[in-house]
Write a protein that binds this ligand. Structure first.
Ligand code: GLP
Length: 263
């Protein structure tokens, strides 16, 4: 795991975006990017949009796959992940909506929606770089604690903690959906690169568990310890519970020039 500790949230977005951009440049304009909802990657999306506008990266043929969607929520609801991805990714990055995929949580054929999503990712050639946030309970996508570490896209029940965390987007807890359709941990692990961003003190416990704790289903993000190309970009607050902080900082400060992400 590569752990990059940044002085503030804005820098997390810039460095996260720089990492994604480097992979996109290496792959070319038909890069396949996995995207996450939530507040954590928003600065990175803004930084990527800036790079597209300046012509520093070409995403004209890029395909995008979102991690998850609520079950049964109409896509014209502004809190559906279809709407969120459109607002925060598709439009600002100037992507072709036909190549933007979000799990079909409102499908009339829900039982096969997971497999159809897996097939679509495979057909696109797999994900080159997966952008991730992390829930306060260590979930990635909506893979709640005790999710199978090799799970594929399927329906999950949201934990009470996640529903409370996401309550801020709804007028009451009763409106927060109870079910979602999410890429599995095995699906996420198939991405060729992953870039996880986390900021703020509310993420410190989860960040420490997934980077330095044992790999276990109670902290689903800890599966990333088994990924060959996982980069974790966090601010000082999210890094507060780590024990190897000096090592991560020294490593990053002494990276060879070709590996540097400074922007
Ligand atoms: C949601 C999403 C996750 C996201 C997490 C953290 O539950 N399903 O993909 O990483 O929330 O959100 P935030 O970045 O807003 O803290």
């Amino acid at each position: 795991m590569e752990v990059i500790i940044c002085p503030n949230a804005r820098r997390v977005g810039e460095i996260g975006a720089a990492k994604v951009a480097r992979i996109a440049q290496a792959v070319g304009s038909s890069v396949v990017i996995g995207v996450a909802t939530g507040s954590s990657p928003l600065d990175a999306y803004a930084a990527l949009a800036d790079m597209v506008e300046k012509g520093e990266i070409d995403l004209s043929d890029a395909s995008v796959f979102a991690l998850d969607e609520y079950v049964g929520m109409p896509y014209d609801n502004p809190e559906s992940y279809h709407a969120v991805i459109n607002r925060t990714v598709t439009v600002p990055l100037g992507l072709d909506p036909a190549r933007v995929h979000v799990p079909d949580g409102a499908s009339a054929e829900l039982s096969t929606a997971g497999q159809r999503y897996e097939d679509a990712i495979k057909q696109a050639g797999g994900v080159d770089v997966q952008i991730l946030g992390v829930g306060s309970n260590g979930h990635i996508g909506f893979n709640e604690p005790t999710s199978s570490l090799s799970s594929r896209t399927r329906i999950k029940t949201l934990s009470e903690r996640t529903r409370q965390d996401n309550k801020r987007f709804f007028s009451s807890i009763d409106e927060v959906p109870r079910h979602c359709l999410t890429q599995g941990l095995g699906t996420i692990m198939d991405a060729r690169n992953v870039v996880l961003m986390a900021t703020g003190p509310g993420k410190a416990e989860a960040v420490a568990a997934i980077i330095e704790g044992p790999v276990r289903a109670m902290w689903p993000g800890s599966i990333l310890q088994l990924h060959q190309h996982a980069t974790i970009v966090i601010d000082e607050d999210a890094a507060a519970d780590l024990t190897m902080t000096d090592y991560y900082k020294t490593t990053y400060a002494n990276l060879p020039d070709w590996q540097r992400l400074d922007v």
